[in-house]
Design a binder for this molecule. Structure first.
Ligand code: PLP
Length: 368
């Protein structure tokens, strides 16, 4: 039941990625902002699979952004030709790889810039990160103009972009965002930035703060169809559906417990089913006794502790569930839906963490 022909496969659990949804989300963001798109595909495209996602976004994204030099190299090795911005490139030892693979590094300190400059006689395009109040990286905004002037003495470096990152764009109170934007604006006033690509907006700002748009927006989460906050000015389609299959069906007599520690006790005769997904797949253990899944188009609760490889759910006496039946952990089944936002909330975390924790043991199946 609920196993459609195209869902049939050998997997105990798998993720389906709708690449069309990714493309439509990116188009919708470009249309609504009217700006260039720096598509953030770090952390394996938020767990979605970076190579297929990047290929799907070719022709829509102007620049791809990754977090690390290694992630940039992986894209180059898959013959991605577009500009690749490395959001956190700070170890001088990695400067060589940046040059070798033609990545666009982010400059946050002098030592890295100097090392890059010494490595080549070609021109290297760089972006400079300006710390306006996120306080985790970048050149402090009060020192940025001086730093940018000093960078001019490094002949090989061309500052192509200037950016900052916002700490509270996803919060209801946006006052700190405007403090940061004001600091950023003061830097932009001090230095001649004609022709430079200026960017600041993560997903939350892309969806809610036009003052943060500048020349390009830099969203990650929203590309994948997940809203970072309550503002929903455009329609985004979730691209990821996470499924698992029933592995066992059983019955508990009154007073019997379930799973490690027997933390759930059956109040009366209870039918249960084992779902083939656990924290070893990235299904959070925090969902023990609080998660819900979809079976036969209806919600059923997770009971007892989530194990490494499997979890247990409570059935209704009338449920007709067989081994191999489809269970939806994230996504739609019939008229019911569990969003990644809901799952994250139940697990006491955020969508970002849920998505990036889905292990490589869970195959990604791409739908075009
Ligand atoms: C991760 C990241 C983004 C994307 O953030 P989302 O909230 O996923 O849109 C943008 N800029 C920087 C510097 C980042 O580290």
């Amino acid at each position: 039941m609920f196993l459609q022909e195209n869902d049939m496969n050998d997997y105990r659990t798998h993720v389906e990625i709708d690449l069309g949804a990714i493309r439509r989300n990116a188009e919708a963001i470009k249309t609504s902002t009217g700006k260039r798109l720096i598509a953030v595909v770090k952390a394996d495209a938020y767990g979605h699979g970076v190579i297929p996602i990047t290929k799907a976004l070719q022709g829509i994204a102007d620049i791809f952004a990754v977090a690390t030099v290694e992630e940039g190299v992986e894209l180059r090795q898959s013959r991605v030709q577009e500009p690749i911005l490395v959001l956190f490139s700070s170890l001088p030892e990695q400067a060589f790889q940046v040059v070798e693979h033609g990545l666009v590094p982010t400059i946050s300190n002098w030592e890295f810039a100097n090392r890059l400059n010494a490595l080549t006689s070609d021109t290297i395009k760089v972006h400079v990160n300006i710390n306006t109040g996120m306080n985790r990286s970048g050149v402090h905004w009060t020192e940025a103009a001086r730093f940018l002037n000093r960078l001019k003495t490094l002949d090989q470096l061309t500052v192509e972009g200037l950016f900052t990152h916002l700490a509270t764009a996803d919060e209801t109170d946006k006052s700190h965002v405007f403090v940061q934007l004001k600091r950023f604006a003061s830097v932009l006033e001090e230095i001649p930035n004609g022709g430079k690509l200026v960017h600041a907006a993560n997903s939350a700002a892309t969806l809610a703060i036009p003052e943060a748009y500048f020349d390009a927006v830099r969203p990650g989460l929203s590309l994948y169809g997940v809203y970072p906050a309550t503002e929903r000015p455009i329609v985004l389609e979730p691209a990821l559906t996470w499924k698992a299959r029933i592995g066992w069906v059983g019955s508990l007599s009154e007073g019997e417990g379930v799973s490690y520690g027997l933390t759930y006790k059956a109040p009366h005769q209870t039918r249960v089913a084992m779902v083939q997904v656990g924290y070893g797949d990235g299904y959070p253990r925090a969902l023990s006794n609080v998660g819900e899944v979809l079976i036969g188009g209806a919600r059923r609760p997770v009971i007892g502790k989530v194990c490494m490889d499997v979890s247990v759910v409570r059935l209704k006496p009338t449920d007709n569930v067989l081994i191999g039946d489809e269970v939806v952990l994230i996504g739609k089944q019939g008229d019911a839906e569990i969003t990644v936002v809901e799952l994250a909330h139940r697990a006491g975390t955020i969508s970002y963490e849920i998505l990036t924790q889905i292990r490589t043991r869970v195959p990604r199946v791409f739908k075009h």
